[in-house]
Design a protein around this ligand. Structure first.
Ligand code: SF4
Ligand code: SF4
Ligand code: SF4
Length: 325
């Protein structure tokens, strides 16, 4: 039987999603057994021209991680879409915009101003900024354009399936690969993880009472956490009740609350709004001053509730004065 052809590519990515593939360890040999890797520039010497020369739909499955930040990301995503039968958004950045998507609180102008001029560690007397076109030794060099807005993969191309997580866990990758190779994939557009909230698989779930009432919210460095007891009941924000399960409760087992990287459940339109609505609904409500205090305890609410999903939210980005692509 002919081997499947797979491709892997990164856009605006920290590299953690590529690491997640390497974390498959010897299981990667099973993948190589069933598939030929025909594009993986981070690990193997493939060029863009290799992909350009493939016939359309030559690649069976293409995994794309990272968000869409630069023109180059959009160009490569569109090229890989044309050359692939199936495209899988791999990891939170590709699935929801991820951590790079928090840059949608600013725009190109304000990001460049800070990074190249105002950051305390910057020394840039000439006020130099990266230029998209530069002439050097008579040759013109071109850099990709920095878009004003970070987007998730499906805001640029059609996506067939999503593998969630920052980064996806080896188990979730393995299950997805098995589903692909055995033809046991769910409906197109599905997120290949649990259909239940993380709490359902959390080892601390038994200690979570039916009703939780928050009278204060603490950050993890402000409390000595009891690792035998549901973190939310200890007043620490844990997004397990509104986050898709399937990660095997990695953070909880590591002694930290869930920050929501597996994204929202199917029926949720806006992960941050859902999380904010859930948390505010369990704040003690009889004392107005206390409500205000507890709400003020939430340091960086956007970073908490939209940490992985701002580009895919209803808000999408902060409305800045300068609106460019
Ligand atoms: S999803 Fe997480 S691990 Fe993957 S590229 Fe984005 S930030 Fe890195
Ligand atoms: S709220 Fe967090 S700690 Fe509590 S049961 Fe759910 S996932 Fe576990
Ligand atoms: S516990 Fe939450 S943040 Fe941690 S890996 Fe699982 S889904 Fe992601």
């Amino acid at each position: 039987m002919a081997k499947a052809k797979i491709a892997l590519y990164w856009c605006a990515s920290c590299g953690g999603c590529e690491e997640a593939i390497v974390d498959l360890a010897e299981k990667i040999l099973d993948v190589v057994d069933k598939a030929d890797i025909v594009f993986w520039p981070v690990a193997l010497d493939f060029k863009k021209s290799d992909v350009e020369n493939y016939p359309d739909k030559y690649i069976d499955v293409c995994f794309i991680n990272g968000a869409i930040r630069f023109s180059e990301h959009e160009e490569m995503a569109k090229l890989l879409r044309r050359k692939s039968k199936m495209v899988i958004a791999f990891g939170s950045c590709s699935h929801l915009g991820g951590i790079p998507g928090l840059a949608n609180l600013w725009n190109k102008e304000t990001i460049f101003r800070y990074v190249y001029h105002e950051a305390p560690t910057v020394v840039n007397k000439e006020g130099i900024e990266p230029q998209e076109k530069v002439k050097e030794d008579g040759m013109e060099l071109e850099l990709p354009s920095f878009w004003n807005t970070v987007r998730a993969l499906d805001q640029v191309i059609e996506v067939d399936y999503y593998i969630p997580g920052c980064a996806p866990t080896p188990k979730i990758i393995e299950d997805a690969i098995n589903a692909i190779f055995t033809g046991q994939l769910p409906e197109k557009g599905s997120v290949l993880a649990s259909q239940q909230a993380l709490c359902a698989e959390c080892p601390l779930n038994e200690t979570k009472p039916e009703k939780i009432t928050l009278t204060e919210i603490k950050r993890v460095h402000q409390i000595i956490l009891d690792h035998e007891k549901c973190y939310l009941t200890q007043g620490v924000l844990c997004l397990g009740p509104v986050t898709r399960g399937g990660c095997d409760s990695l953070c909880i087992k590591g002694g930290m609350p869930c920050t929501g990287c597996f994204g929202p459940l199917d029926q949720t339109i806006d992960q941050g709004a859902r999380a904010a609505s859930f948390i505010t609904s369990i704040i003690e409500y009889e004392d107005e001053e206390l409500i205000e205090k507890v709400v003020n305890d939430i340091v960086d609410p956007i970073g908490w509730f939209y940490r992985y999903s701002l580009p895919k939210s209803i808000l999408k980005r902060r409305n800045m004065e300068v609106k460019k692509k």
